[in-house]
Design a protein around this ligand. Structure first.
Ligand SMILES: *[C@@H]1O[C@H](CO)[C@@H](O)[C@H](O)[C@H]1NC(C)=O
Ligand SMILES: [Cu+2]
Length: 478
């Protein structure tokens, strides 16, 4: 496994560098090698459920019809979690970067995942209590937020606060205190955008979001056809950007900041080009981990992000029933129209339960260990992607071609933000990891660009959601 992981990643790098030449044979080499790692992927897919899951007894969840089966599973086996996974297993992993302060001496110890969850959750919050009906006026189990925060912040959650939500609520005052000491012109907690969880949006807010995504899919691409003949829409510009840079934005120093910027640029395009008035929603993995296919996210009704494939066929329910995926597979930028498939997986969702996310945040004291743990095989990053599954959802390169990508990556960004929140003084300038195509380690001065999806900026400008990107970032998470 160690060998194949290293080999796969090495080949991915080769492919990234060979990309300009775009040779078909090297594509095949990459995919062939990735396919060889499928044994590990199936192992990861079937790892035992979290015993300490706090979202309710897993045993009580209904059996899934959507688990790896027949035709669809061939897609999953090509795009193994090895391809998504960490360089932690590869031989060239670097020790912690010197640019990062050691933060192990963090002042406030975090509550432990095993001891804290019970308080808010114990009150009979099994999945059957989850308000599937909770439509326009989510009202159950308001979580406590700092009383001094403005009214919109305390809009109640539609689900009981999980242990990560509780950590968020208990750490928001660290952000308040930090902003008091370091005010950001034009960006305060009162003026900042609040990114909310999918189910915490009203039904009409969810539909406003998916309508704006459809709008982006109906606008012309900025990417010239001679750069990517498959770029047929403004939405596709984002897919192209991710495909082009896949080899240099994963398991690298810029992974978290690049995807933060990418998700923000997408949100900005929805707002500026498609009149969307809301902000980027996120997908709290834990909320639906018991039954993702029937969740408000993937149940396929008009207020979902689209439904699951049945027997590996096109995902034909919900707002994206007519969606055509134009790019890929892999790093092909050619026009290759096909329908969206999904392979919504309860077992992959078990990689992303709140206890695991909580442990990720609380048990990694350096940015290097945080980002590596997040991207490790069986980690939350891969877990979310494989919970979506299918084509292009589980394609390492083309995954943004499924609109659920951006809800997943908003959650990745929320977890990064939460991790930063635990020690803002050091973690707003913490960077570690490698840079592709260079022997050096990443630094705050590195360039980050989004091609036709956004201008180049420095990595260091992307660390602070409150005032980063020269003041353009001004958001936090509920
Ligand atoms: C869609 O699903 C959500 C979440 O379960 C539910 O609140 C909503 O009422 C459903 N809408 C329709 C039209 O069925
Ligand atoms: Cu990515």
């Amino acid at each position: 496994m160690q060998l194949s992981s290293t080999l796969t990643w090495a080949l991915l790098l080769v492919s990234a560098e060979a990309k300009q030449r775009s040779s078909c044979s090297s594509t095949k080499t990459v995919w062939a090698t990735i396919t060889e790692t499928e044994n590990c992927a199936s192992r990861c897919q079937h790892r035992p459920s979290a015993t300490a899951s706090i979202s309710g007894p897993l045993e009580s969840a209904p059996a899934q019809s959507s688990e790896p089966t027949s035709p669809g599973s061939s897609v999953g086996s090509i795009y193994t979690s090895e391809a998504w996974s960490s360089i932690a297993l590869s031989s060239d992993v670097k020790p912690e970067s010197t640019t990062e302060a050691d933060t192990t001496s963090s002042t406030t110890p975090l509550p432990s995942a095993s001891s804290s969850p019970s308080t808010t959750i114990a009150e009979g919050s099994t999945s059957s209590d989850i308000p599937a009906s909770s439509d326009d006026a989510p009202s159950t189990s308001a979580s406590s937020t700092a009383e001094s925060l403005p009214e919109p912040t305390v809009r109640p959650r539609a689900y009981p606060a999980d242990v990560v939500d509780q950590l968020r609520d208990s750490s928001i005052e660290k952000l308040e205190a930090h902003l008091e000491r370091n005010p950001v012109p034009g960006c305060t907690l009162e003026t900042a955008a609040i990114r909310r969880e999918w189910s915490d949006l009203t039904i009409s807010e969810r539909q406003d979001y998916t309508s704006a995504v459809q709008c982006l899919m109906n606008k012309p691409a900025k990417t010239p056809a001679n750069v990517a003949s498959g770029a047929k829409s403004r939405y596709d510009d984002f897919v192209v950007t991710h495909i082009q840079q896949t080899g240099s934005i994963h398991n690298t120093a810029n992974f978290l900041t690049w995807h933060r910027y990418f998700t923000w640029a997408y949100e900005t395009a929805l707002r500026d080009e498609c009149g969307y008035k809301g902000f980027q929603p996120y997908w709290n993995w834990d909320r639906y981990a018991d039954d993702p296919v029937n969740s408000p996210l993937f149940n396929g009704n008009a207020s979902s992000i689209g439904g699951n494939s049945v027997n590996g066929d096109c995902a034909e329910t919900g707002p994206f029933e007519k969606l055509t995926v134009n790019l890929g597979p892999g790093y092909s930028l050619n026009y290759n129209p096909r329908c969206l498939t999904r392979h919504v997986s309860r077992s992959s969702a078990q990689q992303c339960t709140a206890d695991k996310t909580f442990n990720l945040i609380s048990q990694t004291s350096t940015i290097a260990s945080f980002q590596e743990t997040m991207q490790t095989p069986g980690g939350v990053h891969a877990g979310g992607h494989f919970t979506i599954g299918g084509d292009p959802g589980s394609d390492f390169y083309v995954s943004p071609g499924d609109p659920a990508f951006f809800l997943h990556h908003a959650m990745v960004d929320r977890v990064y933000w939460l991790w930063q929140l635990q020690d803002l003084d050091t973690r707003l300038s913490a960077v570690a990891g490698r840079v592709i195509g260079s022997r050096s380690q990443g630094s705050l001065d590195d360039d980050v660009n989004l091609g036709y999806s956004g201008p180049g900026v420095t990595l260091g400008s992307l660390l602070d959601t409150m005032g980063g990107k020269d003041g353009a970032f001004c958001y936090f998470y509920m």
